[in-house]
Design a protein around this ligand. Sequence first.
Ligand SMILES: NC(=O)c1ccc[n+]([C@@H]2O[C@H](COP(=O)([O-])OP(=O)(O)OC[C@H]3O[C@@H](n4cnc5c(N)ncnc54)[C@H](O)[C@@H]3O)[C@@H](O)[C@H]2O)c1
Length: 319
Amino acid sequence: MTRPAPQDVRTVACVGAGVIGGGWVAHFLARGYAVRAWDPAPDAEARLRRLVDAAWPALEQLGLAPGASPARLTVTGTLEKAVSEAQFVQESAPEKLELKRELLAKLDAATPAGIVIASSTSGYPMTDMQTEAVTPGRLIVGHPFNPPYLIPLVEVVGGERTDASAVEWASRFYELAGKSVITMEREVPGFIANRLQEALWREALHMVANGEATVREIDRSITEGPGLRWAFMGPMLTFALAGGEGGMAHMLDHFGPSLKSPWTRLEAPELDGALYDAVVAGCADASDGRTIADLVAERDQGVIDVLRATGRLPGTGAR
Ligand SMILES: NC(=O)c1ccc[n+]([C@@H]2O[C@H](COP(=O)([O-])OP(=O)(O)OC[C@H]3O[C@@H](n4cnc5c(N)ncnc54)[C@H](O)[C@@H]3O)[C@@H](O)[C@H]2O)c1
């Protein structure tokens, strides 16, 4: 077993270097790691270096780790050379189950024992991808958001044959590498954020298909509406504030019956006592001791900050 402590990782391998793999490369370089990348496409190296160069000014603005440099990227001619000295591997190949199965098995065979191998998959459960690997215990999902060098979230989850220690190790490693981590207890296709994004996306497509809204209207309905709040407060606490001083409990009493209305094509769950209590208690937990008044003040300041940051405060060049 050659797994280093998460804080001792110096070299990571990125396998598959398109939009997401390239974004991971830029991220890890900016955080001061040496990165070894491999991608089978003939133009992959040129494409990757263009992506890193284009991202670097943004990364400089964010602040580089000591020693961070695009010069610490090595593009290798084979998968084996990329991973043979890696202390962590991030796979970002195309979203095809058979390809992921075979590639993860190859990576498992070529990577030193114990080193954690993460897949960027958008939605496959690791249980379905780790079937061909000889040592599946070190395979985890590390699902990023585009671009991985700017959007902090990574969702971490193992499969049925993944060791709990690999999930724990990866979560700690990503945190040290500057990511904001959600470690999921259970595998769900699409994980958390993509299920939420996908619900919105599918409803938007239905609305376009049925002539109910235009593409422009759909986008404006988010950027001029709920999206302004979601930048800093999630949909649960945001809705709790729709319940006024009564918070989520009042919101559910007031709008619970609307779950029967045809406001979306997604079917609502039964709002029984257990769900009601879980949502109310979850909001209390997520509030971390903040009162409704605190959250209202935070929301108001947050919306002003987002409007100001995007040049949309009245009198600041509103568009
Ligand atoms: N694009 C997104 O917004 C997004 C967000 C999160 C996760 N993901 C996931 O990241 C992964 C990569 O997606 P992408 O958007 O970067 O796709 P992409 O098409 O931009 O890049 C895929 C890269 O993989 C390379 N490749 C092809 N076969 C390969 C193989 N056998 N081994 C290694 N590399 C191979 C291709 O040459 C290409 O450069 C997918 O699993 C996808 O679901 C994508």
